[in-house]
Design a protein around this ligand. Structure first.
Ligand SMILES: [Zn+2]
Ligand SMILES: [Zn+2]
Length: 259
């Protein structure tokens, strides 16, 4: 089966294509399942580069019409990629229960930190932030709101060499994923960023090989995420590279309907 659950739309303001454009591309590429998971808005705070809160209803309604229109050709799911902030608990409940989202992907780009409400992982001051970040992911996954953990090693895009904190952070994430039965995503978008220079050598910012070796050892359920920001990215060379990288480290990713 060919599936993808990590798909954006023009609504997040840094991707191209409508819901229909992605579904058409998925049908053309012979996918069996397409899950739409645009960057979620928050009701009273605009982080930028994501869907506006007042577009949420239209996103959900558009997808509910398309689900029906395409029901004989492809299975369509409505999801969102979203961060976890503990003070928004009622909002996650609303998305899943009242609005009826099929799933949420935890895409932790920011986390709550004392004295700094929304700490952006891209602006890590040191690898100590990775441990805070991992603790935030652990707390998020234990709520049970999230089906998939997107780019679990996103922090590795920061310009630091591998050290003790990297091992510590990644162990926390591996334990949280194992304890909660979350599916962990091998993200093709990190590969799209290309090989870059880091203090400890040239590599992709993420997925990080050391981290994924741990995942292979832990035998966790893995899925490949296109993290498509254009319809072409649903199935491009980076997807082929993602599957081949996983094969080399002995991971057999899920290729079935996980919902
Ligand atoms: Zn994005
Ligand atoms: Zn994404």
């Amino acid at each position: 089966m060919k599936v993808n659950y990590h798909t954006h739309t023009y609504r997040c303001k840094h991707a191209g294509g409508s819901e229909k454009d992605y579904i058409d591309a998925a049908v053309e590429k012979k996918f069996d399942v397409i899950g739409m998971s645009d960057h979620a808005p928050f009701p009273d705070y605009d982080f930028g580069y994501r869907m506006a809160y007042d577009e949420l209803d239209d996103y959900v309604n558009t997808l509910s019409i398309l689900k029906n229109d395409y029901k004989n050709r492809i299975k369509v799911y409505t999801g969102l990629e979203i961060e976890y902030f503990p003070h928004y608990t009622s909002y996650y409940e609303e998305l899943l229960i009242r609005i009826g989202m099929d799933y949420l992907i935890l895409g932790e780009h920011m986390y709550e930190k004392e004295h700094e409400l929304y700490k952006n992982i891209y602006n890590s001051d040191s690898t100590e932030c990775y441990v805070e970040y991992a603790n935030a992911i652990n707390q998020a996954l234990r709520t049970g709101y999230f089906k998939i953990l997107a780019h679990p090693d996103l922090c590795m895009l920061c310009n630091f060499a591998w050290d003790y904190n990297c091992d510590k952070a990644l162990d926390i994430i591996v334990d949280a994923v194992a304890a909660t039965g979350t599916i962990i995503e091998y993200n093709a978008n990190g590969l799209r960023r290309g090989i870059q220079e880091f203090p400890d050598g040239d590599r992709y910012p993420y997925p990080h090989r050391k981290f994924w070796t741990k995942i292979a050892d832990a035998k966790l359920p893995v899925i490949v995420g296109a993290d498509a920001h254009s319809p072409e990215q649903l199935w491009d060379d980076y997807l082929a590279l993602a599957y081949s990288n996983l094969d080399k480290i002995g991971i057999n990713p899920l290729q079935r309907d996980i919902l």
